[in-house]
Write a protein of this length. Structure first.
Length: 464
């Protein structure tokens, strides 16, 4: 009866003016409306969601579900989950929920089915508002918006790209700010571990949390990379001579971590060094570093490595700050004296590993000769922004004076860092296949810390 009431209300147009008015208001004010007009029984609302989810022409689904529920609580929920898994096989399903135990249990079920789930812990908005955004292969959109209050559901079906766009914009913002469910679970497990530095303690906590939340083995498999990197390798420092392929290694590693839903940030010292260079060139006070020399194409040279110390110090501070919001931070710089340079990261040493990238001189010189992307200047009223490229021009004088050595022999003699170095040979321009194979090995060695039967030590990361 309630289902019929909902259908009659939608068909008769009683809700249509209200829905359109709210959608237009939301579009104008760029906010999501939080109240609709007609209440129905819970199963009627879930039946509407199921009917839309079972359509065979859907390629994308985005869901805001602050009251996400496990399949065992309802046959309709179980059918909805199966339908979402089918959509995920054809395209993409993304779900944002809240940080509550019930939502996490339900999210873990979706995760095991191959559905991406993120958890919003701050400023989600009203917990009474949920919506489902369906997108067809053709690009046409449908949106189910529901306002749950006092035990009643007030759903509305909105068709059309423009009326539902405000919800898509809202979801995109929520997704960007939310954390992957795997990351949230990993954080809870590490907090539960008696000794977070001991992999055995982390594994015991994983077992306890998995039993309490009844985590599927597929969910645990997706969780392990987050635990391993968060526990043993939240900072990855990529070093090597200019032209060796550091930036390419950093980008490819970032891509592989993103594929594992690991939230990471990439930073280099070049932007900080360029800031110091510009600061001196236009004579800003107080003076930061002296001796920079400008070159054609927006390039510059420093008098010596000591002039680059403030940039490296700023990079180390940025890496430390990044740990608050990211599971892994990728740090890149080039220095001839790596031991001294890494001294700026001493406070992060126990949480860091170094990837050293090397390539033959002739290949490095060839790569550098093809690098000539100048900074892009963007003028906006009273501000001037310089956008820098990883493929920036490096003057030949810098190659000869600053980077005559890669500093690796001294680093491998360093008691503090020698057992934290992983080497990558990049002596082939093969489209990245060699780098990918090495990075897969690096990730595998990080994961080995949490594999039963293996002795979890940083020695796993050493290649000589």
């Amino acid at each position: 009866m309630a289902w019929q009431e909902l259908g009659v209300a939608l068909a008769s147009g009683v809700l249509v003016p209200v829905i359109i008015g709210l959608a237009r208001l939301a579009w104008t004010r760029r906010r999501v409306p939080t109240a609709l007009a007609r209440s129905v029984r819970r199963n009627s609302y879930l039946g509407l969601v199921l009917a839309e989810s079972q359509r065979s022409d859907l390629s994308r689904l985005e869901v805001l579900a602050p009251r996400l529920t496990r399949a065992g609580s309802s046959m309709l929920i179980e059918q909805i989950q199966r339908s979402w898994a089918e959509i995920a096989k054809r395209g993409c399903v993304r779900v944002v929920t809240l940080d509550s135990e019930e939502c996490i249990r339900a999210g873990a079920e979706l995760l095991a089915a191959g559905i991406a789930v993120r958890v919003a812990r701050r400023q989600l908005g009203s917990e009474d508002l949920s919506y489902h955004l369906f997108e067809e292969d053709s690009g046409a959109s449908t949106c189910i918006v529901n306002h749950h209050q006092d035990g009643s559901d007030c759903p509305a079906l909105i068709s059309g790209t423009v009326p539902s766009q405000v919800y898509r914009d809202d979801f995109a913002n929520l997704w960007r700010l939310a954390s992957p469910l795997e990351a949230v679970l990993a954080e809870k497990i590490i907090d539960r571990a008696a000794d977070a530095a001991d992999p055995r303690s982390v594994l015991r906590a994983l077992k306890e949390v998995s039993a309490r939340l009844n985590l599927d083995s597929r969910c645990v498999d997706r969780l392990l990379p987050h635990l391993a990197f968060r526990n043993g390798c939240p900072i990855v420092i990529v070093v090597g001579l200019p032209g060796s392929g550091k930036s390419e290694v950093r980008r490819r590693l970032a891509g592989k971590l993103a594929a594992l839903s690991i939230k990471c940030r990439s930073i280099t010292d070049y932007v900080y060094a360029y800031r110091d260079f510009v600061h001196e060139m236009i004579k800003l006070e107080p003076a930061r570093v002296a001796g920079f020399e400008a070159h054609a194409g927006g390039a510059f040279t420093a008098p010596d490595e000591a002039a680059l110390t403030p940039a490296l110090r700023a990079l180390a501070q940025a890496a430390r700050d990044s740990l608050n919001d990211n599971e892994v931070t990728l740090v890149e710089f080039a220095r001839a004296d790596l031991v001294t340079a890494l001294g700026e990261f001493e406070h992060l040493r126990n949480r860091s590993h170094v990837i050293h990238v090397r390539a033959p001189r002739a290949l490095r010189e060839d790569r550098l000769s093809r690098r000539a992307e100048p900074p892009e200047s963007v003028l906006d009223d009273t501000s001037l922004t310089l956008r820098l490229s990883d493929n920036h021009l490096l003057p030949s004088t810098a190659e000869r004076t600053l980077y005559s050595s890669d500093g690796i022999p001294q680093l491998l003699d360093s008691r503090q860092w020698r057992r934290r170095v992983f080497h990558i040979e990049n002596n082939l321009d093969d489209g990245g296949a060699q780098i990918d194979a090495s990075l897969d090995q690096f990730i595998d060695t990080v994961l080995s810390r949490l594999r039963p039967g293996e002795t979890p030590t940083v020695a796993h990361l050493v290649t000589r």
